[in-house]
Design a protein around this ligand. Sequence first.
Ligand code: AMP
Ligand code: MG
Length: 297
Amino acid sequence: MDLAKYRVTDGKDFKLKQHDTNDRGTYSGKKEAIEPLAANLELLQELQDKLYAHNQYGVLVILQAMDAAGKDGAIKHVMSGFNPQGVLVKAFKTPSVEELDHDYLWRSFPWLPAYGNITIFNRSYYEDVLVVKVHNLLPAAKQTTSDGSPDIWKLRYRQIRDLERYLTENGIIVVKLFLNISRDEQGERLLARIDEPDKNWKFSAADVHERQFWDDYMDTYEEMIQGTATEMAPWYIIPADRKWFSRLLISEILVQTLQKLPLAYPEVTDEARAAMVTYRKMLLEEGKDLPSGGVLQ
Ligand code: AMP
Ligand code: MG
C-alpha cells in the first residue's frame, strides 16, 4: 500500500480538512481487508522477532485521537500480532499531583522503549499541547517561556521535535498515528455506548463534554501536526470512520516502518561456533560417565 497520502513529514501546509475521515484506500469493503490484515500481523511477528534479536532499535508508537476513534481497538487488534515479550502499552491519563510537579515530558521517560522493544503510547506528551491548550490548563506562571519566545505552544512543538530527533538519532523510531474520526461518526459511537448494554462500560460522560469542544480540538490537532510533523518523525493521518480500514492501515504502517530498518539476526562468531561444538558434545555425553545421575560438575 502506498502510504504517502497518509504521511505528513512537513507540516507547513498541512490542512486537516483535506484528509477524508471515511477514506478506505483502494479497498471496497471490510471483507477484502481480512486477508491483508492477517498477512500483515504475521509479518509483524517475524519483524518483531528480528527487532528483538537485533537489539539495536526500539520503536515508539504514539496514538492520539478524539474519544471513541478506536485507539483501544487498534491496540487490541493490530498489536495482537506481537509477542507480548518485547511489547508494552502505556496509557497516559490526567497527570497526578506528582507528575504536575515536574516538567511535562518527565512522566514519559521511564516508559520509552528499550532497544529491541516496541512501546505503544495510548495518548502521550502530545496531550500537553492538546487538552492542555484547548482547556487552558497551564497555570499562569508556566505560560511565560524561559527562552523569551512569545508562544508557549510553539516552544513546546520545538521541544517535542527536539526530543523526537534525539530519540531517532539514538535508534528509537517514532511512529505517530492520529486516528482521524468525523464528528458524526463519533456521535454514533458514543450513542452506541449508551444504547448497547455490552458497550455501556465504555461510556463516559466526559466524552460527551469534550465533544462540545470539537472545533477547538480540530484546530489544535491541525496546529500540533503543523508544528511537529518531521521527516524523522512523521505524523500519519489515519482515516478512522471505518475501523477495519484504520486497523489495516496501522498494520501496514508498522510493517513498512520495521521493513525499512536494517534488521538482522546477530551473526555467530567463529569463537562462539567452536564453543557450541564443545557444548553440543557435552550435552550428548551428559550423564554417560557420571556416577550420580548425570550431574555435571
Ligand atoms: P482515556 O484515554 O479515555 O482513559 O482518558 C484519559 C484522559 O486523560 C483524557 O481525557 C485525556 O485528555 C486526559 N489527559 C491525558 N494526558 C493529560 C495531560 N497531560 N493533561 C491533562 N489531561 C490529560
Ligand atoms: Mg475515554
